[in-house]
Structures are given as structure tokens and as C-alpha cells.
Design a binder for this molecule. Structure first.
Ligand SMILES: [Zn+2]
Length: 215
């Protein structure tokens, strides 16, 4: 999906491009936002947003700064086909704080703690800035795990169990296969220089638990 699609309102365009052009003209003030969002897919009615509502039952809702994600309407505008596993390299409080800081320019959808507690900070509807790669942000749900890549003890039984349940529900919601092609580490995202989740993250165990929770 390239920039040419959204910029094709000039002539010789497809029916979809005509519709995109019309939508942009109809909402001149929203032109930039519309171009950004409609690049993915034709617009459909936005899902209502209930204040405080979470996508994962039992998660605690603490909203990230809107500067750290982009308002979207997934999966209508962008197909969701990946889960990206991260490690925070810091504590829970510090992670929540930076995701709420507009200067941070990054946040993930979820933060999973060592005790199995799950906090949601960005709605799955929206594009969280968590991979450093625009198209991968658009296609994925980001799950942070509180801990350090070089500390094996960060990754507890409760954390694996909770994260596996979370990833299983995400995979079910979007029809994402539970395998290593679709459930990936941040280190595997094209262009990244990040190393998380690192060598102590037990992928075999995580996928086994996720498949079991997926049913
Ligand atoms: Zn990461």
C-alpha cells in the first residue's frame, strides 16, 4: 500500500480513488487525516468508543497519550495479522508513565506484568507506535512485558499465562494463525534495531500456551 493510491485523485483513477477524492473534498479540514487513514481501505462506519472499555476482559484501562498512537478504525481500515511481543526494559510504573508522555512518541496496546496483570493503553482500533515501522504498526497489536531482556527471572509463569490468554483472544478476533510467522518478537520486525524479547523469552512455551488458550 503506497502513497500513490491516496494521491491518485487527479485522473485515470479507479473508482476507489474517486471515492477517496470525494471524501477528502467533503471534509477539507480532515484532509490529512483522511488521506492517512483511507490509504488502507475504504472507510466504513467507525465503531463506537466506550470510555474506559477494554478489548481484553479483565484488563485495566490506562490511556496512552494520543501523541503515541494514531486514531484508526481497525480492522476496517487496516487488516490486523500480527502480534508483536516486546519487553519494556523498565518497571511497570515507568512504562505507563512514558506511554502517557506525549514526548515519548511510542506506546503499545498492552502491558503485561510479572504478576499476570494486564493493562490496556491503546485501543486495538488504533495504530499504536510500538515497532518503529509504520506498516507493521498498522498491521499489529503490540504486547509489552514488564522486565529486562537479559534477566531470565523477568518472565514468570503468571506473565506467560496471562500474555498467552491475551494473544489468543487477539488471534481469535482477527483470525490470526498462532504460529511464529504471525506472533513475532520486536527484534523480527523489518528495520528495527531492538532486540526484545531476547534470548530468555521461551517461544515454544509461549506458543504452546497461546494455542491451548486459543482452543
Ligand atoms: Zn519492543
Amino acid at each position: 500500500m503506497g502513497a500513490t493510491q491516496a494521491g491518485a485523485a487527479g485522473g485515470g483513477q479507479t473508482r476507489r480513488a474517486v471515492l477517496i477524492g470525494g471524501a477528502v473534498l467533503a471534509g477539507a479540514g480532515l484532509a490529512h487525516e483522511a488521506l492517512t487513514r483511507l490509504r488502507g481501505r475504504p472507510s466504513v462506519a467507525e465503531k463506537p468508543r466506550v470510555p474506559g472499555a477494554v478489548d481484553f476482559p479483565g484488563a485495566r484501562w490506562i490511556p496512552a497519550s494520543p501523541a503515541n498512537y494514531r486514531h484508526a478504525n481497525r480492522p476496517a481500515d487496516y487488516a490486523v495479522d500480527r502480534v508483536v511481543v516486546h519487553v519494556t526494559q523498565g518497571g511497570y510504573g515507568g512504562t505507563v508513565e512514558v506511554f502517557q508522555d506525549p514526548a515519548h512518541q511510542a506506546a503499545a496496546h498492552y502491558v503485561v506484568r510479572a504478576d499476570g496483570g494486564v493493562t490496556q493503553m491503546v485501543r486495538e482500533l488504533d495504530v499504536a507506535f510500538h515497532t518503529g515501522n509504520r506498516s507493521w504498526n498498522e498491521r499489529s497489536v503490540g504486547v509489552e512485558h514488564v522486565g529486562f531482556v537479559d534477566r531470565a527471572s523477568s518472565f514468570t509463569d503468571a506473565m506467560y499465562a496471562a500474555s498467552a490468554r491475551l494473544t489468543a483472544t487477539v488471534c481469535r478476533r482477527y483470525g490470526i494463525p498462532v504460529d511464529r510467522e504471525h506472533v513475532v518478537g520486536h527484534a523480527e520486525v523489518p528495520g528495527t534495531d531492538h532486540t526484545d524479547p531476547g534470548r530468555y523469552w521461551d517461544w515454544d512455551r509461549y506458543l504452546k500456551l497461546t494455542r491451548r488458550a486459543h482452543g
